[in-house]
Design a protein around this ligand. Structure first.
Ligand SMILES: [Zn+2]
Length: 647
């Protein structure tokens, strides 16, 4: 926590924060961790260079992780591991002598990520993964054999003997993608599943049964999952049998959902993944930030060390600008990480170290304020959330923290009737296809509309004079583009009493066809917006942005925050007790765009967190529900940070 000393400079009240020392509260500083590949430490010459680089930058190095291997290939002979572990041990001791307290190992290949270097490296001397099409992996062992279990537990024990502070299990600990399609259908996996299920299959008959029978598919998924669960326990035992103090880390992916693996590993370090390797499409960093947040939302509270994986794989300095790096890292903290693992070194990348040094105090402050916080905003359909995220609507990473829900397409198919009623009793935005699904299940009475007509070409929408459209009444927008969406349909609705019409569908000859976007307060007390078209396309314009923000404000009883102005923008809203931390990204190439951020709450002070971590009170405007801040001259893809504090 921080203490503030106030002084007056001109019209601004300036706060200078003095940081408390963090010995006890580990979380109040961001962990700066670095991962070095085998080729950076294995030979004496390479290691000497790397050690010098580490010594030069030791002030901003909290932790070093060494990759155990140098390929994603899945089999590493024990003799090789034994020799390699000796080198690991020696290198880790040297880093510790240089002043880096926490040094450990990342096992890149427990199962193997893909078929790689299979003609060059040792062939797995055991059954390898078999795809549902019968293809056989050349790199990745099937994990369901005694030979593999013996090999992998002995290998982890050898690594544990090198005295690492921690061991990371990489994200190849996953069911899909091990060099073949949808593994594993090897003879033993098929036979074991047959015995468990009580029906005899071979690969072909099992694949057919899975394709036509949901019960078999679910049972086979559970079978595969349980093999990994058992393996996680064996790996934990192998490590802790050598040394119970070694921490275990586990890397997850956006498709990960097996929470029990964390428990079986006894993992206290976690690393959410997502893959953002270059900034050619810079706003993809928002997608990764959100994906990371979604994973963190599923982590147990026992995980106190959550490291974002920063990558420019395959280690290209020019793959990312320093601007994108700064913003990507800050965003990862705003979505709940409290450390960053930098995996970007093929040599001495000093420019990156200088970037980290330049922002490290500011990032510490984000980690400090956002610990125990939650991301507030809309939640639901992932594609729609990501589209909203680029017009200044904040995102939540779980339903509990959502101010409104967005349902598109087939989303409702995955919901029970009870869940749908719950959603309709709150604030929910529904697209045309999702409404069709809800209507077929008898929920249209809560939405205020019934389908009247359906069209598949030649339509636009016209904004009505509704209060939600303000100055943009009469605006016309294409909702249907035959260029990209040949199969999609748009709808007009018959509306109930009390249902407000925000847009009418109109054909391109300007003939009005009927209501196409409505808002309704239902008998459950819920507020529902039904769109006659599909989401989330073509709303990167200020007219639609304004309307949608007004709608979302109504559905949610006031969004926790929003950002709007001259360009594409992302806003992140991290709430903790009495404080709201706001991050705004200029997602355009314009340095002169004017943006406004509004934050809901009864705030006493609004401050800007400067790049050096200083917290400086700024001027703001009061609104009916909170505060409004003007943001000018934010460089392309740079971010600004605001801290709103209650009394
Ligand atoms: Zn198998």
């Amino acid at each position: 926590m921080a203490t503030a000393k106030e002084k007056t400079v001109g019209w601004q009240r300036v706060f200078r924060y003095k940081r408390k020392k963090c010995e006890k509260e580990e979380k109040c500083e961001m962990k700066k961790a670095y991962r070095f590949g085998y080729n950076l430490y294995f030979t004496d010459k390479a290691f000497a260079e790397n050690l010098e680089f580490v010594k030069k930058n030791v002030g901003i190095i909290d932790e070093i992780t060494l990759f155990a291997e140098y390929s994603h290939h899945g089999y590493w002979p024990l003799e090789w591991q034994k020799e390699s572990a000796k080198v690991l041990k020696e290198r880790m001791e040297k880093y510790r002598e240089a002043g880096v307290k926490s040094v450990g190992v990342n096992v890149l290949s427990t199962v193997g990520h893909l078929d790689e270097s299979f003609d060059v490296l040792a062939k797995p001397p055991m059954q390898t993964m078999v795809g549902d099409d019968g293809s056989v992996s050349r790199s990745c062992p099937c994990i369901n054999s005694e030979e593999y279990l013996d090999y992998i537990t002995r290998r982890y024990a050898l690594i544990a003997e090198s005295k690492p502070s921690f061991i990371w299990i990489d994200d190849d600990f996953r069911i899909p993608r091990h060099g073949v399609k949808n593994p594993c259908f090897c003879p033993k996996c098929v036979a074991d599943f047959s015995a468990e299920y009580g029906e005899v299959f071979d690969r072909e008959t099992l694949v057919r049964a899975i394709g036509r029978d949901e019960k078999v598919r679910r049972a086979f998924d559970a079978f595969r999952r349980s093999i990994y669960t058992a393996l996680a326990k064996e790996i934990e035992k192998a490590i802790h049998a050598v040394d119970g103090s070694i921490k275990i880390g586990f890397m997850t992916t956006p498709e990960w959902k097996e929470k029990e693996w964390i428990e079986q590993f006894k993992a206290t370090m976690l690393r959410p993944g997502g893959g953002f390797y270059q900034d050619d499409v810079p706003d993809d960093l928002i997608r990764k930030g959100f994906d990371v947040g979604l994973q963190i939302a599923m982590y147990p509270e026992t995980a106190d060390d959550i490291q974002y994986e920063f990558e420019n794989f395959p280690y290209q300095e020019f793959a990312k600008s320093q601007t994108a790096i700064r913003t990507e890292c800050a965003l990862s903290l705003l979505y709940g990480c409290n450390g960053i693992l930098f995996n970007a070194f093929i040599g001495s990348y000093q420019r990156l170290m200088d970037t980290i040094k330049g922002r490290s105090r500011q990032w510490d402050r984000i980690a400090d304020v956002s610990q125990n916080g939650k991301n507030r905003g809309i939640f639901g359909n992932r594609a729609a959330c990501l589209a909203f995220a680029k017009i200044g609507v904040p995102l939540a990473v779980c339903a509990d923290d959502a101010c409104a829900l967005v349902l598109c397409g087939e989303d409702a198919d995955k919901m029970s009737n009870g869940q749908i009623i719950d959603a309709l009793a709150k604030g929910v935005l529904i697209d045309g296809e999702a409404f069709q699904k809800l209507s077929a299940r008898g929920f249209s009475r809560y939405c205020g509309v019934e389908v009247e007509n359906v069209y598949d070409n030649g339509m636009s929408e016209r904004f009505t004079a509704s209060r939600f459209n303000g100055q943009f009444a009469g605006y016309k927008r294409d909702v249907y583009m035959n260029f990209w969406d040949m199969e999609k349909k748009v709808y007009t609705y018959r509306v109930k009493d009390g249902c407000e019409v925000l847009c009418d569908l109109e054909n391109i000859n300007h003939e009005k066809k009927g209501a196409a976007c409505t808002v309704y307060r239902n008998e459950l007390g819920g507020r529902v917006c039904v769109m006659g078209y599909f989401f989330p396309e073509f709303f990167r314009c200020r007219e639609k942005q304004t309307q949608l923000m007004n709608v979302l404000d109504y559905l949610s009883g006031g969004m926790p925050a929003k950002c709007y102005g001259d360009c594409k923008t992302h806003i992140c809203c991290r709430e903790s007790e009495g404080k709201t931390l706001i991050g705004v990204i200029n997602c355009s190439l314009d340095a002169d765009a004017e943006l406004f951020a509004e934050v809901k709450g009864n705030f006493e002070t609004v401050s800007r967190i400067e790049t050096d971590g200083q917290v400086v009170a700024i001027g703001y405007e009061r609104t009916k529900t909170g505060v409004k801040v003007k943001i000018r001259d934010l460089a392309p893809f740079e971010y600004a940070l605001f801290l709103c504090e209650e009394k």
